[in-house]
Every structure is written in structure tokens, then in C-alpha cells.
Design a protein around this ligand. Structure first.
Ligand SMILES: [Zn+2]
Length: 160
């Protein structure tokens, strides 16, 4: 079975930033960026609709506690600026997903709803999900029930 890694290397700087989770690609810049481990695109949409961003289940929150938080707090220095820029195109797919869900939800709330088909390209969507999960793991936002960090296979990061 083939899989789609989150990153497809195309540029090698020869540099590996020790805090960037894509350092093994040797395509790093020398600066870290503030990466939104939950897509900034989605956070903007939630904030626009809800005015607050309410989170639960993150490792630093008490169990089953809901907390309102500013989106600027949902960042971590887990990618260099080059890799953050390289992966930014994946964040447009979440906008398509949210818009599709909003469209279906609006229709569902009509008096006489009709079926709506929403089509999203599966490959970039899969890569975006992997990027989000890796971001949550690398930023230590999620942990196993035992308290141990999650681990993932390096082949999820890049094609070989
Ligand atoms: Zn990097």
C-alpha cells in the first residue's frame, strides 16, 4: 500500500535545523517559524463564527476541560521558515473542507434540504491530516493516555 508523506522534498539547502521536524530532508533554513499546529485557516474561520476558540483534549489542559484560547497561543516552533513555507499550500485544503461542511450544514438546516455533493482532492487532504497530527505530536499538544508521547513512522514525513 502506498502512502502520501506530508512533505515531498524538492529543495536541499544542505542545512538541518535541530528543532525542525523535517530536518532529515536537509532542506532547512536557519530560522524557526511559529507554526500553527492547528491550521490558522480553520482557526480564523472558527474565530469568525464563534468569536472564541475553545479547545479540549490538549496535553496541558485538565482532563475534559474546555478552555477559550487565542489563536496566537496555538503555535509552536517545530518547523523552520523554509519548511513552514513549503507546507503552507496544504493549508488551503482545509478551507475547502470547512467551506464544504458549512455548505452542507446550511442546506441541512433548510426546511426542505436537498443532497449536496462536495468533492475534495484526497491526496492533499490526506497530507494535510498527517501534517496536523504530526504538528500536534511534535509540539507535545497530544499524548497517549499513559502520558507518554506519541511516536510516528518517519516515512510519514517524506517520500524516499
Ligand atoms: Zn526545516
Amino acid at each position: 500500500m502506498s502512502s502520501n508523506p506530508v512533505y515531498i522534498p524538492y529543495k536541499r539547502t544542505g542545512f538541518s535545523h535541530h528543532k525542525c521536524y523535517l530536518r532529515e530532508t536537509k532542506g532547512c533554513s536557519d530560522k524557526l517559524s511559529s507554526e500553527h499546529y492547528l491550521s490558522e485557516n480553520i482557526l480564523n474561520k472558527i474565530e469568525r463564527i464563534n468569536t472564541t476558540i475553545d479547545v479540549t483534549g490538549l496535553s496541558w489542559l485538565p482532563k475534559e476541560r474546555l478552555k477559550s484560547i487565542g489563536k496566537s497561543s496555538l503555535v509552536s516552533n517545530i518547523l523552520c521558515t523554509q519548511h513552514n513555507s513549503d507546507l503552507s499550500a496544504l493549508d488551503s485544503i482545509d478551507g475547502e473542507l470547512i467551506d464544504g461542511i458549512a455548505c452542507i450544514d446550511a442546506e441541512f438546516n433548510e426546511n426542505d434540504p436537498v443532497a449536496i455533493n462536495v468533492s475534495i482532492d484526497g491526496v492533499p487532504f490526506e497530507r494535510w491530516i498527517i501534517k496536523t497530527v504530526i504538528g500536534l505530536v511534535e509540539s507535545n499538544q497530544i499524548r497517549q493516555k499513559s502520558g507518554q508521547p506519541f511516536v510516528y513512522k518517519k516515512k510519514c514525513l517524506k517520500s524516499t
